[in-house]
Design a protein around this ligand. Structure first.
Ligand code: WQD
Length: 332
């Protein structure tokens, strides 16, 4: 079975390539390196001791997609490629709508032309907006509060409409909670070039001395210690969830959404303190005002993925903190 992975050198895409290769799939990956580095291709091969086909290119470009499908018999696609910074999407909405929607529409049109109708889509828990209660279930109301999240919800709607128009499609919508950590080898992980928006990459840069202090965005939320609570999931667990989703879409048809989370919430201060304890390192932080748009708490009901995909997260918060730090220490 040959799987096309768009965004294959990205943070989650690269970990998915490793787990797909480990599971015995042949893969073809495409990436334009807009948010990743070329050396990740070799790192994936080094970790798995396996070869795979890589194309440098933009998923918006139908010429390269046609070339990929002409040169390879693609059985299914995992679609990661897309811009993902919430804050940037608020500043530059057209960039996000053009890129994330265009790339998806181009991909789906070429898939249809080549009669490849099996896709796993990288969605996000952000499509739940402000949840009415916790834990969050897949049938909760969907709404978004930023253009990035809106592109994810729009693409889910496009895929649901595509299935209604042709029910030979097989579609899995994977709603990620908060992916953190890195492969145990320390060869691949999350290492943003600029100032990180997300919590864990910021913690790590303070720990290694690249940034001076972590700003904790508010400690007056209605949570146990007042700081924001999120469902952090190890990126390797998340990657393994994609292998299970590929098995599902290869088997039957339909369209279904799945929460990929641990079902447990941790606060900002719990994560910071766990990180300092397991890595024996100091992370200086200061409490500042809330970040506009943040919600107090968000964590998954992960039962559906367990029952339908036979998947559940296995790595705990300590392992996530250890692996995140191990990766960045190896980049120095
Ligand atoms: C986590 C917690 C912050 C940074 C976002 C996207 C979501 C997904 C994951 C793509 C919150 C607090 C953060 C900092 C802080 N991305 N924080 N200081 O906002 O839950 O989710 O990333 O799919 O779509 O919305 O993640 O890591 O930014 O924040 O105190 O410097 O850490 O307030 O409580 P978030 P995050």
């Amino acid at each position: 079975m040959k799987i096309l992975v768009t965004g294959g050198t990205g943070y989650i895409g690269s970990h998915a390539c490793v787990e797909l290769l480990n599971a015995g799939y042949e893969i073809v990956a495409i990436d334009n390196f807009s948010n990743s580095k070329p050396e990740v291709v070799q790192k994936i091969k080094e970790i798995t001791k396996k070869e795979f086909i890589f194309y440098e290119g933009d998923v918006c470009d139908k010429d390269i997609l046609n070339k990929i499908f002409k040169e390879n018999k693609i059985d299914a696609v995992i679609h990661f490629a897309g811009f993902k910074a919430v804050g940037e999407s608020v500043q530059k909405p057209l960039k996000y709508y053009r890129n994330n929607l265009d790339s998806t529409l181009s991909l789906l049109e070429v898939m249809t032309e080549f009669n490849c109708k099996k896709i796993v889509f990288s969605s996000s828990a952000t499509v739940y907006g402000q949840p009415k209660s916790l834990p969050i279930k897949e049938d909760f109301a969907l709404s978004t509060t930023n253009p990035y999240g809106s592109t994810k919800l729009m693409i889910e709607d496009i895929l649901r409409d595509l299935y209604i128009s042709d029910n030979t499609w097989s579609i899995a919508l994977l709603r990620y909670f908060n992916p953190i950590g890195a492969h145990e080898s320390g060869l691949i992980g999350e290492n943003p070039n600029d100032i990180p928006n997300n919590l864990m990459p910021y913690i790590v840069k303070v720990a290694i001395g690249q940034l001076e202090v972590l700003s904790v965005f508010g400690n007056d939320y209605d949570t146990p210690d007042g700081t924001g609570v999120r469902d952090y999931i190890h990126v390797v667990d998340l990657a393994k969830g994609h292998v299970k989703a590929i098995e599902k879409v290869l088997k039957d048809s339909g369209v279904d959404a799945y929460n990929l989370g641990t079902g447990k919430g941790y606060s900002v201060l719990e994560l910071v303190n766990t990180f300092m304890e397991v890595n024996d390192v100091k992370v200086k932080y200061q409490i500042v005002d809330r970040r506009p748009g943040d919600i107090a708490a968000c964590y998954a009901d992960a039962m559906k993925a367990k029952l339908v995909l036979n998947w559940q997260a296995e790595k705990d918060i300590k392992q996530m903190c250890k692996d995140a730090y191990n990766f960045v220490k190896k980049q120095k």
